[in-house]
Design a binder for this molecule. Sequence first.
Ligand code: PLP
Length: 501
Amino acid sequence: MTPARGDGGGEESVPTAAGVGDMPPEEFHRQGLEVLEWARSYLEGVGALPVSPSVQPGELRALLPARPPQEGEGMDRIFRDFERLVLPGVTHWNHPSFHGYFAITGSGPGILGELISAALNVNAMLWKASPAATELEELVTDWVRDLLGLPPGFTGVIHDTASTSSLVALAAARQRIYPEVREGGLFGLPRGRIYVSEEGHSSIEKAAVALGLGREGVRKIPVDRQFRMRVPDLEAAIREDRARGVRPVAVVATIGTTSTTSVDPVREVADLLRGTGVWLHVDAAYAGPAAALEERCELFGGWEEAESIVVNPHKWLFTQVDCSVLLCRDPGSIRAAFSLVPEYLRTDEAQAATNFMDYGVALGHRFRALKLWFVLRYFGVEGIRRRLRYHIHLAQTLARRIEEDERWELMAPVTFSTVVFRFAPSTMSEQERDTENLRVMEAVNASGRAFISHTRVGGRLALRAAVGNLRTRENHIESLWELLAQMCEQGPAESGVTLPA
Ligand code: PLP
């Protein structure tokens, strides 16, 4: 055999196995135990850390080497740098006083499930590529469906995020209305429309952009005083569009909107769409798990008639980011939109087994089902219900404090575990209230003692405090309330937070 020659024509040495392997097992064992011990002590002590770091954009990047090392470094050194340089820049979503956005928990069983799926590192694009990963995903999404009281007609796929799940569902909806789109694209075809309430999530508009319907392909339907989609307006919009030759593709109803956690009247929407061929997609990314609670079931009435539903276990079902379950009544419609099988991926089992590569944009498919299976088994159905109820109770505790103080105001009903509110003393104008609430939020977050986020409700600035963390207790809610009151009383000078004019 002729030895390989480089460009320079000189002889190259034949590569050997020296220095090409993975971390030695003994080192993996030692470092692994240390990392696990670190994670244990981090989770135990996270409540004592500042919830969010006080850093400026670019500050952390400047501390880190701009280039990777030429030769490998020891794990001790890497880990030291993680603790010294990276950790101080982390916002601790695990902190019991983290109430921003939709607060979440990557629970103990979820961490262990994630660890094992990282160790297995399978790519479940085909059943054959990892039969157990595929079948566990089918099983665990059936469990989620049953937990939420949905009929067996739905089957599930786990995607990374609700944005992806909704994109996939809306692609299937588009395929149904434009069967020619797979081959010819949308060029020259009449405009299509997706309807979503003014309070719907921005991921729906993004999906429309990605699907070639464009932002103008989304029609935002006005909401009532409780921020729910107005179905008569939806009906009128669809009628008007049809009269102008626009093709209605899908309606997205939201159960638990991002700003106020409002609930669209899904049953009425389903009644309106029945027999029209327009796809009903329900976005229950956050609030979905509450369907497991008898006393919240009514809010979900009619969602069983949807074509597709998204629920994120990584929001309020104690599972690590990322994990988003898309339940679909007719998975064949997703396959019709996405299935495209090159020769090297053809398998004999394609008829008898599920190949997840056929159900979305990505070929590769993470083994997310394992962590979700761990979480559902470890907590159990009743354990999950207890935890959800406790979170709702904590949110209502904060809401009561707000209602009892005339200077404060609830901006939306507390239906799940999120409180939307503002400081609104009668002495302030609306403009002053907006500025003051923004300052209060910044001051609370800068204190490192809690973290909240904001939104706009009816054009006015509102604060949001969500409960979703398994470590949050009544004392954290009481501390948040005291902190809010303190930041209001202090005013800009003492709180140290002033906003640019
Ligand atoms: N839908 C709703 C109602 C949401 O609140 C969110 C995010 O908060 C999303 C969709 C998008 O979620 P993801 O980050 O999983 O894409």
